[in-house]
Design a binder for this molecule. Structure first.
Ligand code: FAD
Ligand code: DHB
Length: 396
């Protein structure tokens, strides 16, 4: 079978938040790209994942002209509630660091960015297969794939953006001799549900409990998103809806100080593994990694999507200056610049995770509670959490 060949300045592999936002930002910079995605657009759009946008991500989406619906339909939160048995404390990020966060699902961000891509009229291929990367150390890297009609294609580019998530082919295309992997595992997972019921709280509740962590989040005035710490090897089949709601009620403190959790129909449920992972460097030759392709954080603290957005904000500027204006400084600095923020968020996510999940012995539990009380009672400690949660500047 013959291969159809083409060329474009940038091939972007993966149409998650990183790939879609990069495609849009490059378009605004006047740099053409082709976007490749293994899944269907409907599948990508329906994937229930992140829900919290930090202020820098909101500013970035606004600045890129894709923030209108978010401003209309999203929910601005001033902070979060931190809880442990018999105590609930509100941390007000606006008072502490002058920044808020927004609740707006990854599904909605994805929808807005897909519409922007369509409006830009640039080439996107969904449901591709057999994606492979070639010549990354040369001036003419290429990506080969089979499109949804079964046609073999090769696209020659000046740069390849690996935005294909943790399981994609981009990171493995970097030779072992130049790549270092930094990894940390956790002995628990999150069981997440989406529920067709109004949230029982105004802002998110992060709860420490002897039975394990619980989180009450939301997607809208009418839809709740909740999580429970479960064993790493637990099976969703062990968790009936009743068992989930009972555990949530216990851990979130139903009945304490007159507060109640309202259960409702479960629309979606699943168990998500937790890991911290960083691959360095984030550039090899003409391949640039961004988002989950280069790093994964445990979800506590809601950093994953925000980190992906920060990476591509840096990368779009770096590629535009290089490919359009011939200046290579930002592209040369991309990996080091992005990794500064990646490691900061990796630490924050690890810290939040360790503070809130039940693990170890009773001595460890007392240390966790001491830390929670400190964050709740010291403005300095609360501001440190708020500064990280509400989002550090993109180029931090
Ligand atoms: P992905 O979203 O994984 O996108 C990668 C894309 O590449 C996918 O569409 C994939 O299909 C595609 N792909 C894979 N292989 C190929 C291939 N061979 N060819 C072409 N395409 C390919 N983050 C937050 O900031 N806040 C939160 O509140 C939050 N909550 C979360 C809750 C859950 C349940 C989960 C699972 C994650 C959460 N995250 C959160 C993390 C966040 O969802 C991810 O960090 C984010 O999706 C990363 O975006 P990405 O574009 O880098 O990767
Ligand atoms: C959500 C996910 C998180 O990881 C988090 O820390 C807060 C909220 C969510 O999916 O709504």
């Amino acid at each position: 079978m013959s291969t159809v060949s083409d060329s474009v300045p940038v091939v972007i592999i993966g149409a998650g938040p990183a790939g879609l936002l990069l495609a849009h930002l490059l378009d605004l910079e006047g740099v053409e790209s082709v976007l490749l995605e293994v899944r269907s657009a409907e599948y990508v759009m329906g994937r229930i994942r992140a829900g919290v946008l930090e202020s820098s991500t909101v500013e970035l989406l606004d600045g890129a002209g894709v923030g209108d619906r978010l401003r209309r339909e999203g929910m601005e939160h001033r902070g979060i509630h931190l809880q442990w048995p018999e105590e609930r404390h509100h941390l007000d990020f606006v008072d502490l660091v002058g920044r808020s966060v927004w609740i707006y699902g990854q599904t909605e961000v994805t929808k807005d960015l897909m519409q922007a891509r369509e409006a830009a009229g640039q080439e996107s291929h969904y449901e591709v297969s057999s994606v492979s990367l070639h010549g990354l150390e040369s001036d003419r890297p290429s990506v080969r794939f089979v499109d949804s009609d079964g046609v073999r294609r090769e696209i020659v580019a000046r740069a390849v953006a690996g935005c294909d998530g943790f399981h994609g082919p981009s990171r493995p295309a970097i030779p072992d001799r130049v790549q270092q992997i930094w990894e940390h595992g956790y002995p628990y997972s999150w069981l997440g549900i989406l529920a067709d019921v109004a949230p029982s709280t105004d802002e998110l509740i992060y709860a420490w409990h002897p039975d394990g962590f619980a989180l009450h989040s939301m997607r809208s005035d009418a839809v709740s998103r909740l999580y429970l710490q479960v064993d790493a090897d637990d099976d969703i089949a062990n968790w009936s809806d009743d068992r989930i709601w009972t555990a949530l009620a216990t851990r979130l403190g139903d009945g304490q100080h007159g507060w109640h959790l309202t259960p409702g129909p479960v629309l979606d449920k699943g168990i998500l593994p937790m890991r911290s992972f960083v691959a360095t460097p984030m550039r090899h030759g003409r391949l640039f990694l961004a988002g989950d392709a280069a790093h994964v954080v445990p979800p506590t603290g809601a950093k994953g999507l925000n980190l992906a957005a920060a990476d591509v904000a840096l990368l779009s500027r770096a590629l535009a200056e290089w490919l359009r204006d011939g200046r290579t400084e930002l592209a040369d600095a991309y990996s080091d610049t992005a990794l500064r923020r990646v490691w900061r968020c990796t630490h924050f996510s690890w810290w939040m995770t360790n503070m809130l999940h039940r693990q170890g012995d009773d001595f460890d539990a007392q240390l966790q509670l001491a830390q929670l009380r400190w964050v709740a009672r010291s403005d300095a400690a609360a501001a440190a959490l708020a500064e990280n949660y509400a989002g550090l500047p993109i180029g931090y």
